[in-house]
Design a binder for this molecule. Structure first.
Ligand code: SF4
Length: 365
């Protein structure tokens, strides 16, 4: 297994959705049936054929697209509070999936759960079926925000849950929500600082959406909740991502995965929904990095009277991310450094994440 902490969240996931199963109550923002679709509720008996069907798709589709495909494939029990289910029900779900692991058809199992439903005995059960990754819905480290969201646990319980998971040798994922009622900059800052201290292997960041049929929808319609704008969400997710990346904690996903059901049933009433939010954030980070590079260039050598020509070299596969949606990043840079000629070019020799700035000096005529 790849031991680089920043890559832990990455695997091809076969999701088995158990919408709201095992939940002690309904959190104010949550309506899993709207997000994943009622047709995706699974009983233990459906697990084995469902995974087989996914695997067939993977073999015929993914491997055709990427012949050298060798990424990990994991089965994930998502959409509910897995460890809130009775132990025998957990076993019924895990047994067929564990069989596929022992047959070598998939590489591992993961579950999602809440911090207040993690116990030593519960983790022993998961480990006995080969669960390697546990994704914990922390959402916030501000207890007031948690209370208002209908999640009645403390920061201490989150810390304890992560300690137990680490002690049990699990790969730990943390889910965070930004834009919950009662949250502000101080609360967000507290959350990200505390989560970094917990040092999970990876984090998923979800801006809060107002989903149909939730308590949050009622609050929104009564004027008691204002969701973040898309720009605010991109800014906050960027801030979180940068801080996590600097601490070498992987960011596995930003924003909800868009499924056709969400668009068909108009599940999202309000909030910063975007089908490619992660790409918007990545592009915004890319802009900052180029801007930082150019500002250093600015304080360096200046050509007397000549128009400066700057070429920013980026990895070939990341070119569109650096240029930005509708050339937004390039246009912003050109506006900011209006006396310069700036272009962004691919460079095959650069590794992902690398970039370089070259000043083109024209020979005197
Ligand atoms: S957010 Fe998680 S714990 Fe809360 S209702 Fe939804 S699935 Fe259950």
């Amino acid at each position: 297994m790849n031991k680089n902490k920043e890559t832990y969240g990455r695997a091809k996931i076969i999701p088995v959705f158990l919408p709201n199963q095992g939940c002690p109550n309904r959190c104010i923002f949550c309506n899993q049936k709207e997000v994943v679709g009622t047709s995706l509720i699974h009983t233990p008996r459906e697990v084995y054929p469902l995974i087989q069907a996914y695997l067939n798709t993977i073999r015929t589709s993914w491997q055709k697209k990427w012949p050298g495909f060798s990424e990990r494939i994991e089965v994930a029990f998502y959409g509910g509070n897995f460890t809130g289910l009775p132990a025998e029900v957990q076993q019924e779900f895990l047994r067929p999936a564990a069989r596929l692991v022992s047959e070598g058809q998939i590489d591992g199992l993961r579950i999602s759960t809440r911090p207040d439903y993690i116990s030593e005995a519960g983790l022993e059960l998961l480990a006995s079926f080969g669960v390697k990754t546990v994704e914990v819905g922390v959402q916030s480290m501000d207890e007031e925000v948690l209370k208002r969201a209908g999640r009645l646990y403390s920061g201490h319980q989150v810390t304890r849950a992560v300690e137990l998971l680490r002690g049990g040798g699990f790969i730990i994922g943390v889910h965070l929500m930004v834009g919950l009622p009662g949250e502000g900059p101080a609360s967000r800052s507290e959350t990200i600082e505390k989560v970094i201290k917990l040092s999970p292997h990876f984090v998923r960041i979800h801006p809060t959406l107002v989903l149909k049929g939730t308590e949050l929808e009622r609050m929104y319609r009564e004027g008691n909740y204002r969701p973040m704008s898309l720009d605010e969400a991109v800014e906050v997710c960027k801030e979180f991502s940068l801080r996590l990346m600097r601490s070498r904690i992987g960011v596995a996903r930003i924003g909800l995965q868009s499924v056709p059901q969400m668009q068909e049933s108009e599940s999202v009433i309000a909030g910063p929904f975007h089908p490619a939010l992660g790409e918007l954030v990545a592009s915004s980070i890319a802009y900052e990095r180029m801007e930082e590079l150019l500002s250093r260039q600015q304080s360096g050598r200046l050509e007397g009277g000549n128009k400066r020509q700057i070429m920013i070299l980026v990895p070939e596969r990341e070119l569109s991310m650096f240029i930005g949606h509708k050339r937004q990043n390039l246009n912003r840079l050109r506006q900011k450094y209006c006396g310069w000629q700036i272009c962004i070019q691919p460079d095959q020799s650069l590794k992902p994440g690398e970039l370089r700035c070259v000043e083109i000096i024209s020979a005197p005529v």
